[in-house]
Design a binder for this molecule. Structure first.
Ligand SMILES: Nc1ncnc2c1ncn2[C@@H]1O[C@H](COP(=O)(O)OP(=O)(O)O)[C@@H](O)[C@H]1O
Ligand SMILES: [Mg+2]
Length: 264
């Protein structure tokens, strides 16, 4: 059965796009047919993060009735399929968020998972993605303004008939993960699906336009995302396999020599 998840937050800059791109890539890497649609039609970032900023047909054209959804699907990392949005203001003005429902009907025929990167705020383009998803995942930072806006988004989702799956707490101080999980579950009243630590590798990976789960798979944030994706598809969390370089003759020889030298 297809699962449609909207990644939302209320507040901007909490990490929705980072989570969408990396969770999508991870689900694809774990063998699931996964699509990622950038429904943040005003501040489109998915294309920028994946080097698809020059895509000729985007969700803008599709939502303006000027393009076909089949032409707006691009190849992303690990086989992830990506529907970017355009970056022009005119494209944003011409796009009709209500058409997202039609686009969804087409996309769900093709995949197992569809992730929708939602815009911040509570205007129409932000509300439609909350209503059309099977479940909404909130991305929250452990700070008051983000928590308040996430609570507002939770209420709004319920008002428009949507469902909350839970929250991903992003940019957490690595020493405080357990305390934060308990606190956030209490304050938000939703399940905490995972904790992503503050990790400088996220910025590094976005400038290289390669998701952190591929660029730095052993980094703390990548491991956290792998764990969340594994939970979502119900498989046991497995660390990325590390390449073990077999000790060759030369290595053994150098080691033996080194030991001898130390003794003498
Ligand atoms: N766990 C993290 N550690 C460090 N930086 C992060 C983390 N998550 C997101 N960021 C940074 O925060 C900024 C906002 O993230 P982004 O995913 O664009 O948020 P949103 O889509 O919610 O506006 C980006 O510069 C991103 O690199
Ligand atoms: Mg974003």
């Amino acid at each position: 059965m297809v699962k449609v998840y909207t990644i939302a937050s209320g507040k901007g800059g909490t990490g929705k796009t980072t989570v969408s791109v990396n969770l999508g890539t991870m689900l694809a890497e774990l063998g699931k047919v996964t699509y990622l649609m950038d429904a943040d039609i005003g501040m489109a970032n998915v294309g920028l993060l994946l080097g698809l900023q020059d895509a000729p047909v985007t969700l803008h054209e599709v939502l303006a009735g000027k393009g076909n959804i089949a032409d707006a699907i691009y190849e992303g990392p690990a086989g992830l399929k990506v529907i970017p949005s355009g970056i022009s203001l005119q494209g944003f003005q011409e796009a009709d968020p209500d058409r997202i429902r039609e686009v969804l009907t087409e996309l769900v025929k093709r995949c197992e998972f569809l992730l929708i990167d939602a815009p911040a705020g509570i205007s129409k383009d932000g509300v439609v993605p909350l209503a059309v998803a099977d479940e909404v995942i909130l991305v929250v930072n452990p700070e008051l303004s983000s928590i308040v806006d996430a609570l507002k988004t939770k209420i709004l989702t319920e008002v428009v008939g949507g469902h909350i799956k839970g929250a991903i707490i992003n940019r957490v101080d690595p020493d405080k993960t357990e305390v934060i999980t308990r606190k956030m579950e209490k304050v938000l009243g939703v399940r905490v699906l995972g904790i992503i630590p503050e990790d400088p590798n996220i910025r590094r990976s976005s400038s290289s336009k390669i998701p952190i789960v591929i660029r730095y798979p052993a980094s703390p944030a990548a491991k956290a995302i792998r764990r969340i994706a594994s939970d979502m598809i119900g498989v046991a969390y497995k660390e990325e396999e590390t390449v073990v370089v077999k000790e060759g003759f030369i290595d053994r020889f150098t080691k033996a020599l080194f030991k001898k030298k130390q003794k003498s």
